[in-house]
Design a protein around this ligand. Structure first.
Ligand code: GLU
Length: 446
């Protein structure tokens, strides 16, 4: 079987963290099996779908490297839906209903008042042809429901395990509005059949939709795909968090989060696998399996994301970032500074330390004298090999200093800061001229 998945966002808004997790799991499920990951734009709601959102969805997926092998738009496919609808109509699986919203709401209240589930009573099925004609002559246009079979509905969910629903306990869902427009349920099934989707992967808020949709697959004579329903995403505090779950990709990117970091976190939260930094999304594949995904909510913590971002930057090769670095940052420079970055924007600060000018540190008279010695030693040094090792060895011998007393005044004098990247990596980048000048400045001699 070729694994084919689809990510099916509605372009009624921008992608958020919850959507991205769905897209990523769809992508991994296909990729790990050498299958296909497709994008389906659920834009049947013409009023709320916008082109701007479509463009943003494509751009976000590209930024994340979750590039679909194909794309379909539901708004291009109404003829397909019409044909399937006719098949279902001919088979008596969809039927016209004439109740207004108010009537339905009263029916629901009455049922609840009697302690019954608020299931549609199928009154429309008992209308005679004449009654229907009369209603239509009065200008009432029908909406359409799918007639469920009163049978048990069962499937083994790849994440949730065996699932069981009773068809008789579910309400016949409305699939088409009186104005002819489509609701989500039926077009999704028609597309899944047409696109040969093997695995429907989505959030667990769709579990009861699946029960209904399984009967739609059957009614259309199609094989039932595999289903995997992911547990919800919650905030760090374990509560259903609107805020964290709804953080947009745009905002995450603006904070300097690398796509690999976002993917690395979203691939592992709510699973039995540890969160690890990765340089490419493909590195996530060996740890992926639906069986690793738990039923408990997945915790998304922005703080954990920030930390993973730093760990991710520490292993990103120059090639992966060079387009976003200042032009004068070469590979050696990148490798020297990346262990100290939390976001790529920190590169500017690192560059400023190397290129200067830096402020002269405030040092004790002894440390100033030491810096004067260091300036002389640096001047006498062979800079071709490993100047930091050569400098500190020479100063250790000539001054007897060691440890912090040796290193800290040098770091302060050479970088203006008491912390930062390895001096061994930095000093060659600072270079001979600047290093000597900075040491002299710290000594008070410049
Ligand atoms: N457009 C639906 C949603 O965003 C798709 C659900 C599905 O994957 O079938 O919830």
């Amino acid at each position: 079987m070729t694994v084919i998945t689809r990510f099916a966002p509605s372009p009624t808004g921008k992608l958020h963290v919850g959507n991205i997790r769905t897209a990523l799991v769809c992508w991994m499920a296909a990729r790990v099996e050498g299958g296909k990951f497709l994008l389906r734009l659920d834009d049947t709601d013409r009023a709320r779908s916008t082109e701007e959102n479509v463009v943003a969805i494509r751009r976000d997926l590209e930024w994340l490297g979750l590039v679909p092998a194909g794309e379909v738009r539901q708004s291009d496919r109404f003829a397909l839906y019409e044909a399937a609808f006719e098949t279902l109509h001919a088979a008596g699986r969809v039927y016209p209903c004439y109740e207004s919203e108010e009537e339905l709401s009263i029916k629901r209240k009455v049922a609840l008042g009697r302690g019954l589930p608020p299931i549609y009573d199928r009154a429309a099925l008992t209308l005679s042809a004449e009654e229907r004609q009369r209603l239509e002559a009065d200008g009432v246009r029908p909406h359409w429901r799918f007639r469920l079979d009163a049978t048990p509905i069962e499937w083994t969910d790849l994440i949730r395990g065996p699932q069981h629903f009773e068809g008789a306990a579910l309400s016949d869902p409305v699939v088409r509005r009186a104005d002819g427009s489509w609701l989500y349920l039926l077009p999704s099934v028609i597309d899944d059949i047409d696109m040969k989707i093997s695995h429907v992967v989505r959030g667990e808020d769709h579990v009861s939709n699946t029960a209904v949709q399984i009967q739609m697959f059957e009614a259309l004579g199609a094989a039932i795909p595999n289903f995997a329903h992911m547990a919800l995403l919650v905030g760090a505090d374990g509560k259903l968090s609107k805020r964290e779950g709804s953080i947009g990709v745009e905002a995450i990117r603006a904070e300097g989060i690398e796509p690999q970091a976002l993917l690395g976190l979203l691939a592992r939260i709510g699973t039995s696998e540890p969160v690890v930094p990765v340089a490419t999304a493909d590195e996530l594949l060996p740890g992926f399996a639906f069986s690793h995904m738990g039923r408990a909510p997945a915790r998304f913590d922005s703080e954990e994301l920030a930390q993973l971002n730093a760990r991710t930057l520490h292993l990103l090769p120059y090639e992966a970032v060079k387009d976003r670095l200042p032009a004068n940052v070469d590979e050696t420079f990148w490798l020297a500074i990346r262990p100290n970055l939390t976001t790529i924007a920190d590169t500017d600060a690192a560059l400023a330390v190397i290129e200067g000018p830096i402020a002269a540190p405030t040092l004790s008279p002894e440390d100033r004298a030491f810096c004067a010695d260091a300036a002389a030693a640096a001047d006498a040094l062979d800079w071709a090999e490993t100047p930091w090792a050569a400098l500190t060895t020479a100063l250790k011998a000539s001054t007897g200093r060691k440890g912090k007393a040796l290193f800290l005044p040098l770091r302060l004098a050479l970088t203006g800061q008491d912390h930062g990247p390895e001096m061994a990596a930095l000093l060659p980048l600072i270079g001979r001229e600047r290093a000597i000048a900075r040491l002299r400045l710290a000594a008070g001699a410049a």
